[in-house]
Ligand binder design. Structure first.
Ligand code: GDP
Ligand code: MG
Length: 441
């Protein structure tokens, strides 16, 4: 070995002169530029170093090549893992014992442990999707061109005695002919109102409950909330609660200032109190619509409904009627004669008689559908509340209804979910009892 110029040596190693100069500097060998000459001893040192690091790199490459990937689920039986790792079960068990884990050939071990052992044997591990996840339903997204306008779904909220029930009654009365007016019977937990050729759906469930229990289950059915404030009482604790529910659900608010037939009321005071809650009414330069009404006298109810349609239009509510239905249970109970009965709000798609459905952890085939007037329907499109018969059990309010291909799929998904629920409950109860145990100690 002789003296060498930097650039020559760099060529030898297949790197740039600049890279070599940096490496030399790290070694404490200072050179000026690529034309500098290296002493024989320095060349030797550098040569040795490169030989070594090249070998190391090659070894690393080999190891990387050898790292095969395997997929393991949450848990895996020792025997199966051995097969995946191309080892005998006893080799695997020996390794496990070295790691301090006693396991037999038929025992299940956790993913975390399987991962460690697999790494020891030179395998990379990936988590396999669990069966349940694969077997549950994926609701396909709609293409924008398939979406059509749909009616709004409205919840009425407000402080106790401010007139929620009276307002819903008054709204329903606008909808029926004089002949029927005397005998309106309520059939299901929601009603439809038709005004100016357009439809509005009202939920009867007390608004607060609808919001809290449904949202706790990840469901949202309301598009617009009407908050009723009695003009003689003003904003009260449950009014504020209603405002907060609507806000956190991102639902637009329309205020119905009720009981304007009463003497000695002050509508401006109510507007001021609304402003204090951050709801500035339109006539004061804000964007909140407030309509003075009398539920008792049926005064200004039509204006209120027109405002609902106006807000609905701004919201551009849409759905695709030409797909399998998706909906949410509003209420459900066991009927002596008819079995499990659920009021479902169809939110997207069209629900049809004979459809196979999964509803939470229940399943069924839609045997009959009854609308708000007590009429039997064959089909129910987006924003239609219907009572359905034919479920295996009573679902919970807030449960999602999904139409699937056939009964078999519906049943297996429901059973799968039930199993999962059972496991979760079991886990929860074991945890509680352990906590209790520690408390006692
Ligand atoms: P809710 O608790 O919010 O459902 O209130 P209700 O609808 O049950 O009404 C409570 C009370 O207020 C009842 O006695 C109603 O008759 C009365 N009420 C409701 N609306 C009006 C109204 O517009 N004017 C008057 N004067 N009383 C009303
Ligand atoms: Mg009431």
């Amino acid at each position: 070995m002789t003296k060498m110029r930097v650039y020559k040596l760099a060529q030898e190693f297949g790197i740039t002169s600049k890279e070599l100069i940096e490496k030399l500097q790290q070694l404490g060998i200072n050179v000026i530029n690529h034309m500098s000459t290296l002493e024989e001893d320095d060349v030797k040192v550098v040569m040795e170093l490169f030989k070594e690091s090249n070998n190391n790199e090659k070894i690393n490459e080999k190891e990387e090549e050898a790292m095969q990937k395997i997929k393991i689920a949450d848990k895996v039986v020792v025997q199966d893992l051995a097969k995946l790792l191309q080892k005998t079960p006893s080799e695997l068990i020996t390794k496990l014992i070295q790691l301090g884990i006693m396991a037999t050939i038929n025992q299940e071990i956790d993913f975390d442990i399987a991962e460690i052992v697999a790494l020891e044997f030179g395998y990379e591990v990936e988590k396999e999707d669990t069966k349940e996840e694969q077997e549950d339903i994926l609701i396909p997204e709609d293409k924008p061109e398939d979406l059509l306008p749909r009616p709004p779904i409205v919840t009425v909220m407000g402080h106790v005695d401010h007139g929620k029930t009276s307002l819903l009654d008054a709204i329903r009365k606008t909808n029926v002919t004089a002949k029927e007016a005397g005998g309106i019977t309520q059939h299901i937990g929601a009603s439809e109102v038709h005004i100016n050729g357009k439809k509005i759906v009202f939920l009867d469930t007390p608004g607060h409950e609808a919001f809290t229990s449904m949202r706790a289950r990840g469901a949202q059915v309301t598009d617009i909330s009407i908050i009723v404030v009695a003009a003689d009482d003003g904003i009260m604790p449950q009014t504020i609660e209603a405002i907060n529910h609507s806000r956190s659900a991102n639902v637009p608010i329309i205020v119905a200032i009720n009981k304007i037939d009463k003497p000695n009321i002050n509508i401006d005071r109510v507007k001021q109190e609304l402003a204090d809650q951050g709801l500035l009414v339109e006539e004061w330069g804000g964007d909140v619509i407030a309509v003075p009404v009398s539920a008792l006298k049926g005064e200004n109810i039509d204006t209120l409904l027109e405002m609902v349609l106006l807000v609905a239009e701004i919201e551009e509510l849409k759905a695709n009627p030409n797909r399998k239905a998706v909906g949410t249970v509003i209420e459900a109970q066991l009927d002596k004669g008819r079995g499990p009965v659920a009021t479902v709000l169809v939110q997207n798609g069209t629900l049809k008689i004979g459809d196979s459905v999964v509803v939470g952890a229940c399943y069924g085939k839609v045997r009959a559908m009854i609308n708000y007037m007590g009429k039997r329907l064959k089909e129910a499109g987006p924003s239609t509340p219907v009572e359905i018969l034919g479920l295996s059990e009573v679902p919970q309010s807030g449960d999602q209804l999904i139409v699937v291909e056939n009964d078999k799929i519906a049943r297996s998904i429901a059973e799968n979910r039930k199993e999962k629920l059972r496991e979760e409950q079991m886990k929860a109860s074991t945890k509680v009892s352990l906590d209790d145990l520690f408390k006692q100690m």
